[in-house]
Design a protein around this ligand. Structure first.
Ligand code: ATP
Ligand code: MG
Length: 593
């Protein structure tokens, strides 16, 4: 029997934020075809002298996985167009398939939609709560001669269905009497038959060019417990039957979905045309828009679940996942995700959006709001020989140059510091302007220092730098006006906090991993260095009480968010984003050999 009740996502074809952040723009820019349709419908009401209808949309996830950034696009669209028109958007669990669904997913979905900044008010629904009404609609179809109980098994049904070029054949059970159909359907409900033994099918047209219309199954027998209705039911409605009727029951006016549902639209309308909806206020219509596909990742829930179950990632909320919960853990903000969804727009044909576009929105938002700190990811010790031993000076550091109201903080400076290993070269190439023997640079918020010597271990690796500082350069400027070509970040060795920093790169090595070559699986395209663990990082003292979900810019190094695993004394940070699109450079270098 068909267990999957809805269309499969197609393969793409084209080439810690604060939970209190709930500011959602009432109106977004631009007018896409969905907004135009809604505007025309409202104008039509006025022109015809009808009362202006209330626009009602819905976001209808199936609770069989965590939401991902593609869902965010649908969420933003549905909630925003409703708000723009003074209407409302429902959150509906499309929970008609007991075998794959779970309350864990329901809980994560509501948390994610709320975190994105949207509010469904009292309009939280479950398709499962409509089972009784849906059942009565099914009996109505039977009574009108529009549905029949069929005894073909799944394999036979496939044989009878025909192909794109050949019509299907009538089921031998198609001409059952209404009484027999009603009797059998009631006995299906009563649990008299084994799972898969019979189905209820709409009686439409086995020769229809659209295969979705060839007497589709609308109810199946499945003896499994449902996360909401328990053991009350052993027959479950199929997506195409349940969805349109749920829309009608809720008074949805515009049922927005993705393009893979185009063939289902005829069936959506057929069902609504063949039941009595006079008790319901609206006749919903379905409109399809292009789903979001992002480079270097996948959107199929099935694949995402396999990534989790097979241990390729640490969980649904692994910061490498394209899930909302993964992005939250990574430090992406709701505002940045909404800005991204708004920016990509709503189109009628599928395409592949650059992951860099999402990262741009993340950086753009974080740049404005994120406090700056200093953190050294790969420390190299530096001893300032003319700085008094035991002395500690507290220097003023600016918290956010983009936001003067963020103020300043004190950072300790002393004789022994750490700088970034990559900021020193013993034998610098021509274009390297940072520290080198004999060269003077500025320490951020501190002094000019000059490298006077290098200490090496037996293997010849540099273990320490020897430097001097110029006490006259306090505040970072020389009174004689001399210039330096670089400013380095640093931390005071005795005060620095050790931390684990998780550096993330793209999850897949291919732009479009969903397009799998023959003989390969999508897992062959996993990036082996998607997670680099750094346990040697040293961070400035002020981070000692940094709490999970807080994001900081480590000056010159990127944006980093405190992970839920983090504890005082055992800090754990996720790299949210680099300061620029480093991945593009990595790929370019790779391509250049
Ligand atoms: P699957 O990956 O198994 O096909 P799904 O992602 O379509 O599942 P649903 O729970 O059916 O999961 O999705 C809920 C809603 O989100 C649907 O209306 C669907 O059209 C929309 N949606 C899902 N994926 C995307 C996407 N990549 N871009 C835009 N909208 C999406
Ligand atoms: Mg789907």
């Amino acid at each position: 029997m068909p267990i999957d009740t809805r269309p499969k996502s197609p393969t793409p074809s084209g080439a810690g934020a604060d939970a209190a952040d709930t500011a959602v723009p009432a109106a977004s820019g631009g007018s896409d075809f969905i907004r135009q349709i809604i505007a025309a419908d409202l104008a039509g009401d006025v022109a015809a002298g009808r009362p202006r209808r209330t626009i009602v949309t819905r976001f209808p996830p199936e609770p069989n996985g965590y939401l991902h950034i593609g869902h965010a696009k649908a969420i933003c669209l549905n909630f925003t167009v409703a708000a723009e028109n003074g209407g409302r958007c429902h959150l509906r669990m499309d929970d008609t398939n007991p075998s794959k669904e779970d309350v864990e997913y329901v809980d994560s979905i509501t948390a994610d939609v709320r975190w994105l900044g949207f509010d469904w008010g009292p309009h939280f629904y479950h398709a499962a709560d409509y089972f009784e009404r849906l059942y009565l609609f099914a009996e109505e179809l039977i009574c009108k001669g529009n549905a029949f109980v069929c005894d073909l098994n799944a394999e036979q049904m496939r044989e009878y269905r025909g192909t794109l070029t050949e019509p299907g054949r009538h089921s031998p059970w198609r001409e059952r009497s209404t009484d027999e159909n009603l009797d059998l359907f009631r006995r299906m409900r009563a649990g008299e038959f084994a799972g898969g033994a019979r189905t209820l099918r709409a009686r439409i047209d086995m020769a229809a060019p659209n295969i979705a219309m060839r007497d589709p199954v609308i109810y199946r027998i499945q003896h499994s417990s449902h996360h909401r209705s328990g053991d009350k039911w052993c027959i479950y409605p199929m997506y195409d039957f349940a969805h349109c009727l749920s829309d009608a029951i809720e008074g949805v006016t515009h049922s927005l979905c993705t393009l893979e549902f185009v063939p289902n639209r005829a069936l959506y309308d057929w069902v609504l045309d063949h039941v009595d909806l006079s008790a319901h206020s609206s006749r919903p219509r379905q409109f399809e828009f292009a789903r979001l596909n992002l480079t270097y990742t996948v959107m199929s829930k099935r694949t995402l679940r396999l990534l989790v179950e097979e241990g390729h990632v640490r969980g649904w909320d692994d910061p490498r996942m394209p899930t909302i919960s993964g992005m939250r853990r990574r430090g992406y903000t709701p505002a940045s995700i909404r800005a991204f969804c708004e920016g990509i727009g709503i189109a009628r044909s599928d395409n592949l959006v650059q992951f860099a576009q999402l990262e741009f929105c993340v950086r753009d938002d974080l740049n404005r709001h994120t406090p700056r700190v200093m953190g050294v990811l790969r420390p190299l010790k530096m001893v300032i020989e003319n700085y008094p031993d035991g002395r500690v000076e507290y220097l003023d550091a600016v918290n956010n140059p983009e936001d003067p109201s963020a103020g300043t903080r004190k950072v300790p400076f002393s004789r022994e510091l750490y700088i970034e290993r990559e900021d020193f070269q013993e034998d610098p190439p021509k274009k390297f302007f940072r520290l080198a023997p004999g060269r003077e640079v500025r320490l951020r918020y501190g002094y000019f220092i000059t490298c006077t010597g290098v200490v090496k271990n037996e293997a010849g690796d540099i273990t320490e730098l020897r430097c001097t500082y110029d006490p006259a350069t306090t505040g970072g400027n020389a009174p004689d006006g001399r210039k330096v070509k670089a400013t380095l970040h640093w931390v005071a060795a005795a005060h620095a906090l050790p931390a684990e920093v998780r550096l993330y790169n793209q999850l897949f090595t291919r732009e479009n991993p969903a397009r799998v070559e023959e003989g390969a699986t999508i897992f062959d395209y996993l990036n082996p260095t998607s997670l680099e663990l750094n346990t040697e990082a040293r961070l400035e003292e002020s981070l000692t009480s940094a709490a999970p979900g807080q994001t900081f810019q480590f000056e010159r190094m990127g944006y980093f968010t405190v992970d839920p695993d983090s504890r005082t004394g055992a800090l754990v940070f996720n790299r949210t984003a680099t300061l620029k699109d480093e991945w593009a450079n990595v790929l370019k270098r790779g391509a250049e050999g």
